[in-house]
Write a new protein. Structure first.
Ligand code: ZN
Length: 302
């Protein structure tokens, strides 16, 4: 049984590195026979998952599962819904473009998408004369990346002498052990006046009504995949010393999945009809309650 081979280790607060020094547990979830908890750091109040995979085998195994205890179904039955979902993503990408390119006058930019995933974000930027790079944990270039995008696996990226004008980390940092070290290393690869764009789920009951309502069923707890649970306050604590931060309100569909979790649907339906049809309603609720489901943050070196 694969589950018995999984090994986990204690995780420390992403801000102050205090191990197991927590005030209280605020959320918990059972996943593959393990209980995962989100703890509140005693020293600095930042929120982190209590344990993370102890080896690369466990890391790769947990990503074969979605939010439920079932392995992800790679083929979706409803292709038209998937296509529609990808069209919705274009609106998000255009908003990111607006935020990131604000005040940048240079025409030919070196852009790196760190944690490229299926590549839809960097593929969009392959217009104009930009030089495009993508990076992720896989050693091979993902098949859906456009031809003019140079793929650098993490080993190649370390050695590469090039400076980037823009580095994009969209929904990456909540998955990374020691995010401060990640950003510090990446910032060495940023050109003078360069920009790092980080997008993260907003984990705050003060500024996210959906988290307040759904609590343990909230779609973006993503235990154990999310290990750092950021919000404006704790992100500022962690990064304000080295970077000037500008926060923007962003949206990702969470309402459908949260309702599914609440109703204890067994099968994870990532592109479910519910998630897509409820997205406009979610955006309306966000506007009226001043909720931020996700945060887009511009980091500029101080
Ligand atoms: Zn702490």
């Amino acid at each position: 049984m694969v589950i018995n081979k999984l090994k986990f280790t204690k995780y420390k607060c992403f801000n102050c590195n205090q191990e197991n020094n927590f005030n209280r547990t605020i959320y918990e979830k059972k996943f593959l026979k393990n209980i995962f908890r989100i703890n509140l750091c005693k020293k600095c109040n930042c929120e982190f998952t209590n344990k993370i995979p102890a080896n690369s085998f466990t890391w790769s195994e947990i990503y074969k599962y979605g939010g439920s205890d079932q392995k992800k179904d790679i083929k979706y039955k409803f292709d038209f819904l998937v296509n529609f979902f990808h069209k919705l993503r274009i609106f998000q990408v255009k908003k990111i473009e607006k935020i990131v390119f604000l005040n940048i006058k240079k025409k030919k930019l070196n852009i790196l998408d760190y944690g490229v995933g299926d590549g839809y974000l960097i593929n969009y930027f392959s217009k104009n004369q930009n030089r495009l790079f993508a990076s992720d944990i896989s050693l091979q270039k993902p098949s859906n990346l456009k031809k003019n995008i140079k793929y650098l696996n993490y080993k190649m990226l370390e050695k590469k002498k090039i400076k980037f004008d823009i580095i994009l980390l969209r929904h990456v940092l909540e998955h990374c052990p020691n995010p401060k070290r990640y950003i510090k290393n990446l910032s060495k690869k940023i050109s003078k006046d360069g920009t790092i764009y980080v997008e993260i789920p907003n984990h705050s009951i003060k500024s996210n009504i959906f988290l307040k309502i759904f609590r343990n069923n909230y779609a973006q707890l993503c235990l154990p995949h999310h290990i750092n649970h950021f919000n404006k306050e704790n992100f500022t604590k962690a990064f304000n010393k080295d970077f000037k931060l500008t926060f923007h309100s962003m949206n990702i569909p969470i309402l459908g999945t949260s309702i599914q979790n609440m109703l204890k649907f067994k099968k994870e339906l990532r592109f479910s009809f519910l998630n897509i049809i409820l997205f406009p309603l979610q955006i309306l609720i966000s506007i009226f309650t001043r909720s931020d489901v996700a945060l887009g943050i511009i980091l500029k070196k101080r």
